[in-house]
Write a protein that binds this ligand. Structure first.
Ligand code: XMP
Ligand code: MG
Length: 184
């Protein structure tokens, strides 16, 4: 296998600017604040991709919230998934009877979130919703929809705002298209 090609992020086309992302995160934060008025929420982020979205979303939500993280194996080092999802890191804190929002970077084939939703439901939360920064509806293999979505995008590979190619680019503050011909 050839080693990944790292194009500088500055050469990748911007899909969403930091301002566009911030506007959507604030809007979703307001919606969640409204819907969960008087209650508290546990945000469960999927490592590592969702860490940055969760950090922003948590601060945009005005009701009491705590957070926890789970980790699954999914995309490995490249752009293609094996389809197999495995839990690598479980919850630290019990969520039974809690209002839980699963927070993900991208809803793609849906395999990861279907697996995690099933797993979370076994813990008997009071309610369970899904927030995702991006949604690629064209790629869905299993029927699952998010309750809160910042942006729907076409079937293109993206980097930045927590999202990686071979663990790189997560720190890029905007969301950019990763060139089709790179990294093959
Ligand atoms: P599934 O297919 O299970 O996948 O819904 C969700 C996970 O796939 C990763 N993913 C991407 N990561 N750029 C990325 O950096 C992308 O364009 C992309 N598409 C899917 C992502 O980690 C997500 O958690
Ligand atoms: Mg990833």
């Amino acid at each position: 296998m050839s080693s990944p090609v790292f194009v500088p992020a500055s050469q990748c086309e911007i899909l969403f600017t930091t301002d566009q992302i911030a506007d959507r995160v604030v809007a979703i934060g307001r919606q969640i604040t409204e819907e969960y008025k008087g209650q508290s929420i546990v945000l469960v982020g999927v490592l590592k991709g969702a860490a940055i979205f969760l950090a922003d979303l948590a601060r945009a939500i005005e009701v009491d919230n705590t957070f926890d993280f789970v980790a699954v194996s999914s995309y490995g080092k490249g752009k293609t998934t094996t389809g197999a999802v495995k839990l690598i890191k479980d919850l630290d804190v019990p969520i039974e009877g809690k209002h839980v929002i699963l927070v993900e970077d991208i809803l793609d084939t849906g395999l990861t979130l279907s697996y995690l939703r099933k797993l979370m439901l076994q813990h008997k939360p009071a309610t369970l919703k899904i927030a995702t920064c991006l949604d690629k509806p064209e790629r869905r293999l299993v029927p699952i929809e998010a309750d809160y979505v910042c942006f729907k995008i076409p079937n293109k590979f993206v980097i930045g705002y927590g999202m990686d190619y071979a663990e790189k680019y997560r720190n890029v503050p905007d969301i950019r298209l990763f060139p089709e011909d790179a990294g093959h």
